[in-house]
Design a protein around this ligand. Structure first.
Ligand SMILES: [Mn+2]
Length: 430
């Protein structure tokens, strides 16, 4: 199922006059502030977010899962779905693979299929939080931290295999998230567990190609409810630092205790050149994996404000945004996954565009003179600007749909996918 350029052009033609009017108005307003709208549009055009191979089907909770129909049943179909997203939005130009759920049978053919949709391979993800068929040892009591060396060896070997799969596809990074931890006090010797995890990570790091990065993801709790070995950014930072300069921290927005100041963590990691990338999602309570920007869009904006600050001219760190790995890590339990992902893509780019509007020099000046009210005015002026015309213009210039979800519905893509794949389909993943 491929969307034809003519279908997008026909759809856009009906919306063009309205869009031109909105864009011209915003451009004029921004001009008055000395901001060049066309330059912002170019930056937004370049901003691509990876879609994880496990998030294209309906997700579930431990209580149940409700099929959406037409879900992708194999890696080829997942790439086709990301192709649909990318065609409609031109902002999903990468896929992040989960091994072993999505091991390519023929790496070259998969690479060609992805290339035909203009999709590259982002970070590969290992999995030692579940036991796999035919594996001799169980991860019930941990993987890289396990008390038994043989279990640790098995987990290290799995990560090396994941790197090999990634190399064949053109990936340049691996993300490691461990569920290792303890459900009860006394179950683990904290120090020994952390030491063993470090040893295992250093072992994996040795196999990392020179142009690769290792991302270490942290999470405070779940599935273990008493302690997690890599519980927070500090632990991740410690491990990444001990591993070496190719190792970085990965921030998953849902992996924090309630009310954690994530933007402050981002700022610190950029300063230390240890921010590797992001897993975007949103949450009300814990690791809810909801649509990005659906609950706390202002927090998302504040995070992007730190990211843009970190790479701006006024900053003394000048981190390079294009080197960060951006990925959505959400679960779609009630919405159509493709519509949900388009909403997430939109929210991420909106926050980025709003952060680009912040007048860095004036903000720095207000901060230096402790003009607290002024600081809030500057931030909220940017946040409350309707930047949607910039995103539409970026899509227009890239030949994507002015209103992606509207076109997705108009073309009845979900129905076509159901006709093609059937209703009772299950995608591998969470
Ligand atoms: Mn994650």
């Amino acid at each position: 199922m491929n969307i034809q350029p003519a279908q997008i052009a026909d759809f856009n033609a009906r919306l063009e006059a309205d869009h031109r009017e909105c864009y011209a108005f915003l451009k004029l307003q921004l001009d008055k502030k000395g901001i060049n709208a066309d330059e912002l549009v170019e930056k937004i055009q370049d901003f691509q977010v990876a879609i994880p191979s496990w998030a294209l089907g309906a997700g579930g909770t431990r209580f149940g899962r409700f099929s959406i129909g037409g879900e992708p049943g194999n890696l080829e179909q997942k790439i086709q779905d990301i192709g649909i997203l990318h065609t409609l939005t031109h902002s999903a130009g990468a896929i992040s693979l989960h091994i072993p759920w999505d091991i390519p049978k023929d790496a070259k053919a998969i690479q060609e299929l992805a290339a035909s949709h203009d999709i590259v391979f982002d970070a590969v993800n290992s999995n030692t939080f579940q036991d796999q068929q035919n594996q001799p040892f169980s991860y019930k009591f941990g993987s890289l931290c396990h008390t038994d060396k043989a279990v640790r060896e098995q987990a290290i070997q799995h990560n090396i295999e994941v790197i090999e799969h990634g190399k064949a596809l053109g990936s340049k990074s691996i993300t490691i998230w461990l569920s290792d931890g303890a459900s009860f006090p006394g179950q683990l010797n904290f120090r020994k567990a952390l030491q063993r995890t470090l040893d295992s990570l250093q072992n994996i790091y040795q196999y990392l190609p020179n142009d690769w990065k290792l991302f270490i993801e942290y999470k405070p709790y779940e599935p273990n409810f008493y302690s997690t070995v890599i519980q927070d950014w500090g632990t991740s930072h410690l491990l990444a630092t001990e591993c070496g300069e190719k190792a970085y921290c990965l921030v998953d927005l849902g992996h924090h205790l309630p009310n954690t100041n994530i933007e402050q963590i981002v700022s610190t990691l950029i300063w230390r050149n240890k921010l590797g990338g992001f897993h975007f999602n949103d949450s009300k309570y814990g690791d809810d994996d909801l649509t990005v920007g659906s609950i706390r869009p202002y927090q998302l904006f504040l995070i992007f404000n730190e990211l843009v600050e970190g790479m701006s001219e006024t900053s003394n760190v000048k981190s390079q945004v294009n080197n960060f790995a951006w990925m959505i890590d959400a679960s779609h339990n009630v919405k159509d996954p493709l519509e949900d992902l388009m909403q997430s893509l939109e929210a991420i780019r909106l926050a980025y565009a709003q952060a680009l509007l912040v007048d860095r020099n004036t903000l720095a000046e207000a901060q230096e003179t402790n003009d607290v009210a002024r600081v809030q005015e500057i931030l909220q002026d940017a946040y409350r600007t309707d930047v949607r015309p910039l995103l539409r213009e970026a899509r227009w210039r890239n030949g994507a749909a002015l209103e992606p979800i509207e076109l997705f519905r108009k073309l009845e893509i979900r129905n076509l996918l159901i006709q093609e794949r059937g209703f009772k389909t299950v995608a591998t993943g969470l």
